[in-house]
Design a protein around this ligand. Structure first.
Ligand code: SF4
Length: 260
């Protein structure tokens, strides 16, 4: 299967995009082979249950902050939840669900309520254009870095929304996505507005000050990634990685380091 796929794809002319996105960098750092399948071979995979719960909250939050930038209030709670749930139902059609669709829908409703009563009230956009802000900047590579910041708040914090199982985050001063956004858009504080993905969701905002040293270190990591991609170096996930498994990797069946 894999050799067939490889031979098939080799015949095609694959032009790389004229930019490198932050999500491409994160994928490459997680697993070079995953990057290869997703961005080089352009193999599409179905979204998962956790992914669609996260993107549904993102969608409602974006609309809420867009309205809040205009009227200072944003969406009412029921409208916020309805929007998130309808987004979920639409995306769930083609998703690989981790729990039943109805359970996922009910959980998403609770997550959305939690987001609305906490982060949606506490955070205020800097301006209308600071919701889903396109970041497209030069960090000394041969191509620009591209990404979308969920929100820049009125106190100039770059915020990323996250819906995830655990109520904790890694060191934000090393976060490729947030530090790059702060670097390119010239901000010095970043944060994650997190809601946990479980029956009784919890909400927390984690923030960190980003120094010039942090920005330089992240730039260097992105340069290493860019060089690896240019040289077609696609290493597999480190041995023993939890995500290099049939359960967590969509490319398991075709990857030579999985079952391919
Ligand atoms: S099976 Fe492992 S090495 Fe292969 S793409 Fe998935 S995570 Fe990477």
């Amino acid at each position: 299967m894999l050799s067939l796929l490889w031979n098939m794809k080799k015949k095609e002319d694959k032009k790389p995009p004229p930019y490198i996105s932050v999500s491409q960098v994160r994928t490459y750092l997680m697993c070079g082979m995953k990057y290869y399948f997703r961005y080089f071979e352009k193999i599409e995979t179905s979204p998962t249950g956790p992914m669609i719960r996260g993107s549904s909250v993102d969608k409602a939050a974006n609309d809420h902050f867009d309205v809040k930038a205009d009227n200072g209030i944003g969406l009412k709670r029921n409208d916020f939840v309805d929007l998130a749930v309808s987004e979920h139902d639409f995306s769930a059609e083609n998703a690989e669900m981790d729990i039943t669709k109805q359970t996922s829908r009910d959980r998403l409703a609770e997550i959305s309520k939690k987001y609305h009563t906490t982060h949606a009230q506490k955070l205020t956009p800097l301006s209308k254009g600071s919701v889903q802000l396109k970041i497209n900047g030069d960090i000394g590579l041969d191509i620009p870095v591209l990404g979308f910041a969920d929100l820049i708040t009125k106190d100039r914090v770059v915020i990323d929304n996250k819906v995830r199982k655990q109520n904790r985050v890694n060191d934000l001063t090393k976060d490729i996505q947030l530090v790059t956004y702060a670097d390119v858009a010239n901000f010095s504080k970043v944060g994650i507005a997190l809601v946990t993905d479980n029956k009784t969701p919890k909400a927390e905002i984690y923030t960190a000050q980003i120094s010039d040293d942090s920005k330089s270190l992240v730039r260097e990591r992105i340069k290493l990634v860019r060089n690896g991609i240019k040289k077609n170096v696609f290493l597999p996930a480190p041995e023993g990685s939890w995500y290099c498994s049939e359960k967590w990797c969509s490319f398991w069946s075709i990857c030579p380091y999985g079952a391919g």
